[in-house]
Design a protein around this ligand. Structure first.
Ligand code: TRP
Length: 349
């Protein structure tokens, strides 16, 4: 078979919530590079918990190998990985039913990378817009091979457990496309039906701006971490960019700073940002910021309390990761055996 160019996926093939999650297998994950923030929370964490409560089977990968795509050292990797798990559990993921694991702890998952890499061309790897963007923003002098191949590794994250739903943000769609392409080509080359074609589940929540009006992101220093305390939250909100107009209005295009704060408070209180703006009226930025600080702190109070409890028992967190790795290994071993058999590898069953 010759390698063909990936076909663009019709938009309708990707879903937004609500779906019918009962019985579906869902895989998603994060890089352990630092604390999760409100952008993650409203963008994806809440959805995961909802999917779980509605009966989906969740696999959540702590993508530790991905940390070294754009940096030389994986700084404080174990600590960041454990903190990620603490954030997951504090926001409501149940480790009894969700499989939470680090992909470096699942050898068979990583071994899938080898056959998978044979199914994509160098040209395709070089065309991935998210990879291009990461290269443009990377502070490394040289671009590593892993930078180009990590979307294929991510395909292994998704396909090892034959996930059919992948909750992700818009920026991850090209990677999902790689996973779909790999699944299709593997089936075409080695036997139909080994892999399902996973679909993205895009968050319906609007993109949450950070305290400077641009996308909330740790590297931009505009993020409010779930783990931040109430004083720190107040300080971050106080420092947010607004404008001199005392009348508060919800105008995302014309007043991104003010609109971002309104949206944040509105999400926390589950209400409409325009209505909130009307309520604040002529109160100006000071009243707006007071409202936002209170809304965020109130919404996060139970999550932060739970976080503090979980953080006091690191042994439990490590046990969650060990149990998750055991379950993930069993699934990955079975998939790898199937892959080797389909390929007719010597020594396979
Ligand atoms: N690339 C994702 C990110 O940077 C993390 C990730 C790794 C992931 N493996 C995944 C997401 C599999 C979804 C599915 O946030």
């Amino acid at each position: 078979m010759t390698i063909t160019t990936a076909q663009p996926v019709p938009a309708a093939d990707h879903g937004t919530y609500p779906e019918h999650p009962a019985g579906r297998r869902v895989l998603t994950g994060d890089r352990p590079t630092g604390p999760l923030h409100l952008g993650h929370y409203f963008g994806t964490l809440r959805n995961r918990v909802r999917l779980q409560r509605q009966g989906a089977e969740l696999f959540v990968v702590v993508a530790d190998y991905q940390v070294i795509t754009d940096r030389d050292i994986a700084d404080r990797l174990a600590e960041h990985s454990e903190n990620l798990v603490i954030d997951y559990l504090a926001t409501g993921l149940d480790p009894e039913s969700a499989t939470i694991f680090a992909h470096s702890a699942v050898p068979a998952l990583n071994q899938l990378l080898l056959p998978f890499l044979s199914l994509v061309s160098i040209a395709e790897l070089g065309r991935n817009p998210t990879v291009k963007d990461e290269i443009a923003h990377s502070r490394q002098s040289a671009v590593s091979g892993l930078m180009f191949t990590y979307p294929v590794h991510q395909a292994a994250d998704i396909l090892f457990c034959k996930a059919d739903l992948v909750p992700v943000g818009q920026d991850q769609l090209p990677h999902l496309e790689v996973a779909r392409t790999v699944a299709r080509r593997f089936n075409e080359r080695y036997g139909a039906g080994v892999f399902p074609r996973p679909r993205a589940l895009l968050s319906a929540a609007p993109l949450l701006p950070g305290t400077d009006g641009s996308k909330m992101s740790k590297s931009r220093g505009n993020a409010i971490a779930l783990a931040a305390d109430e004083d720190e939250t107040a300080r971050l909100v106080r420092g947010a960019t607004t404008d001199a107009d005392r009348r508060i209005t919800y105008d995302p295009a014309g007043r991104p700073g003010v609109a971002g704060l309104l949206l944040l408070a509105a999400l926390c209180q589950d209400r409409d940002p325009g209505q909130l703006a009307e309520e604040i009226g002529d109160g100006g930025a000071a009243a707006l910021k007071r409202t936002v600080t209170e809304a965020v702190n109130e919404h996060l109070r139970p999550i932060r309390a739970r976080r503090a409890e979980l953080a006091a028992d690191r042994g439990h967190i490590r046990q969650v990761l060990r149990t998750g790795a055991e379950r993930a290994n069993a699934v990955a071993d079975a998939t790898l055996a199937e892959v080797r058999a389909a390929m007719g590898a010597v020594g396979s069953a």
